[in-house]
Write a protein that binds this ligand. Structure first.
Ligand SMILES: *Cc1c(COP(=O)(O)O)cnc(C)c1O
Length: 355
């Protein structure tokens, strides 16, 4: 494996106030960068001062959106150590996204070394206040200067890092959700299972309209029938209906979330019945009306668990669990974040300590 060269900036930045981090607004002193060309493959892995890229205006990513990304966090333990959560899953998923977008694969060992080295170099940026962490954003984009549609012959792989607080300003308070029946996020056969920028660009319009109407997120329906529930915002979605937890099955249009699969494994280990099954919006609404929809939440690395307090569909508001966080949702949040921050023992082998 090629060694990662490290260059430091002349002046280090001032750290932001740990109580006012927000999400994704501040960036550390360094970033990881590596180049690709058809002749050389991936080459020159390096840690350099955080700063702008020079891009040719014809760079293919700017025209054809050939790019993929990942999102994971480095967590500060109470003993001062730093750890990652299920990092191998993020690495493998990024390569699956690359495969879908015709981007060359990245060596998994080098990818892990890159994440680890960046966190080590910027370790003073890993915050320690409750619910804060260092968000890591690996991404690859096409740089070949060519206005013509084909897979690029050159790429940049980079990782940037951002100290973050809670994803929602409201904290773990339940959010209001708008069920979207015009725009769709993804279709089977498309790129829904890949973390690629274009998927998100296509969701902005519905998201903005929902926000204007006072909702925090959009609940996406499938692109073919506009009938089956898929995801919520950029999170997976789980429901507790009549004592059982259900979530839509991964079928190509749904992003296979690490948090989603962690929720399912934890619930199974607790003996809570759960299953991956199709759920129609009509069934969801009837469950809400009959009081069988006991709890609902979104899952994703950024917000971890985001309880849903209200859904809006067909001009009707449906309140879930009195608009309060459900008992199981709360228990799951405490347990999962307990493992992530190292407050409780990890029985699943999900944690990698790096410092
Ligand atoms: C990243 C993402 C998720 C959540 O995945 P995690 O691995 O749990 O962070 C869910 N849906 C979409 C569309 C995403 O981009």
């Amino acid at each position: 494996m090629e060694t990662i060269k490290i260059t430091h900036p002349a002046i280090l930045k001032e750290k932001p106030d740990p109580d006012k981090l927000g999400f994704g607004k501040y960036f550390t002193d360094h970033m990881f960068v590596m180049d690709y060309s058809t002749d050389k493959g991936w080459y020159d892995p390096r840690i350099v001062p955080y700063g702008p890229f020079m891009l040719d205006p014809a760079s293919m990513v700017l025209h054809y959106a050939q790019e993929v990304f990942e999102g994971l966090k480095a967590y500060r333990r109470a003993d001062g150590g730093i750890q990652l959560f299920r990092v191998k899953e993020n690495i493998a998923r990024m390569n699956r996204s690359c495969e879908r977008l015709s981007i060359p694969q990245i060596d998994e060992e080098l990818f892990f070394e890159a994440l680890k080295t960046l966190v080590e170099v910027d370790q003073d940026w890993v915050p320690s206040a409750p619910d804060t962490s260092l968000y890591l954003r690996p991404f690859v984009f096409a740089t070949e200067p060519h206005v013509g549609v084909h897979a690029s012959h050159s790429y940049i792989f980079a990782i940037i890092a951002s100290p973050v607080g809670a994803y929602y300003a409201e904290g773990i308070n339940p959010v209001r959700i708008y069920i979207e029946s015009r725009d769709v996020r993804a279709v089977k056969g498309g790129t829904g299972y890949a973390k690629t920028g274009g998927n998100y660009a296509a969701t902005l319009r519905a998201g903005e309209e929902a926000e204007k109407a006072g909702f925090s997120q959009v609940l996406w329906l499938d692109g073919i029938h506009r009938k089956y529930i898929e995801e919520v915002g950029s999170m997976n979605v789980l429901f507790k209906i009549d004592g059982k937890v259900i979530t839509p099955p991964l079928g190509g249009s749904i992003l296979p979330g690490v948090t989603r699969s962690s929720c399912l494994e934890i619930l199974k280990s607790w003996g809570v019945p759960c299953s991956e099954e199709l759920i129609t919006v009509d069934d969801l609404i009837s469950a809400a009306e009959s009081g069988k929809l006991e709890e609902a939440w979104g899952s994703g690395t950024a917000a971890v668990i985001s309880p849903i307090g209200e859904i809006y569909y067909d001009n009707k508001h449906h309140i879930i669990n009195g608009g309060k966080i459900g008992e199981l949702t709360g228990k799951l949040y405490d347990y999962l974040t307990g493992i992530q921050w190292g407050r409780i023992e990890d029985p699943f082998g999900w944690i990698t300590r790096i410092i």
